[in-house]
Design a binder for this molecule. Structure first.
Ligand code: F6R
Length: 246
């Protein structure tokens, strides 16, 4: 794991956007795995700026999002589909047919998971996966448990996740309790991964992910087994990590 400590949210966002931009320049039809939530918003803003300045072309880029709430249609303002369009896709020249997000209102969610996994496989896998991390160590919506599923699947969200994500909804009861998520196997098969973490509330999860035992109780700890992971993390978390290692 490569660790890049950063002093600010902006520095994290810029660094992440540079890695994405480099990938697209090397491979114009790169397959990107994308995340939602607060963490990557700055990175999307940076990528949009690069596009507007004529430095980046998304016309051949293909994308697969990590997850989507079950039961929310793409038109719902809290769906991840809506988030992606509002915060990124509508501002760049990505082609609609190259965007993939699991459908939260598919008539048969199990079939939707199988279809999504097949699409990722058929395209040749993900070249660069962007990840955030939950306060409980989840990646995508792979929640801590005694076992994890490898492939795209339906998952019940952990109470901590429902609570953390309730900040986007009018009240906690409106937060969907189920989601579709790529599995840890889907994520681990990505050729390159960057994980972003900003804010001290992520401290424990990040430290466990980096230095703790590899355990399904901290899904992000499985990333220790991947050969090309870059962690762009809050310097304050990094300092704590160094202290613990003394
Ligand atoms: C989002 C996702 C989640 C988030 C994580 C952190 O698509 O898969 O794993 O990355 O919950 O969320 P934020 O960035 O809002 O703290």
């Amino acid at each position: 794991m490569k660790i890049k400590p950063v002093n600010s949210y902006n520095e994290m966002s810029k660094l992440a956007a540079e890695i994405v931009a480099r990938k697209i320049k090397d491979k114009p039809n790169a397959v990107l795995g994308l995340a939602t939530g607060s963490t990557p918003l700055g990175m999307y803003r940076e990528l949009i700026s690069m596009y507007k300045e004529g430095k980046l072309d998304f016309s051949k880029v293909r994308t697969f999002n990590l997850d989507e709430y079950l039961g929310l249609p793409p038109s719902h303002p809290q769906s991840y589909s809506y988030y992606m369009h509002e915060n990124f896709f509508k501002h760049v020249n990505i082609k609609k047919e190259n965007i993939h997000i699991p459908s939260g209102n598919a008539p048969n969610p199990t079939q939707e998971c199988l279809k999504y996994e097949r699409q990722i496989e058929e395209i040749g896998g993900i070249d660069l996966q962007i990840l955030g991390i939950g306060v409980n160590g989840h990646v995508g919506f792979n929640e801590p448990d005694i076992n994890l599923k490898a492939l795209t699947h339906i998952i019940q969200l952990a109470d901590e996740t429902v609570k953390a994500n309730s900040r986007f909804f009018k009240n906690i009861d409106e937060v969907p309790k189920m989601a579709i998520t790529m599995g840890m196997g889907t994520i681990m098969r990505s050729k390159q991964i960057i994980l972003l973490a900003w804010g001290l509330e992520k401290k424990e999860a990040v430290i466990k992910a980096i230095t703790g035992p590899i355990t399904t109780k901290v899904p992000a700890s499985l990333l220790q087994l991947h050969k090309d992971v870059t962690l762009i993390i809050d310097k304050r978390i990094y300092e704590k990590l160094k202290e613990d290692r003394k």
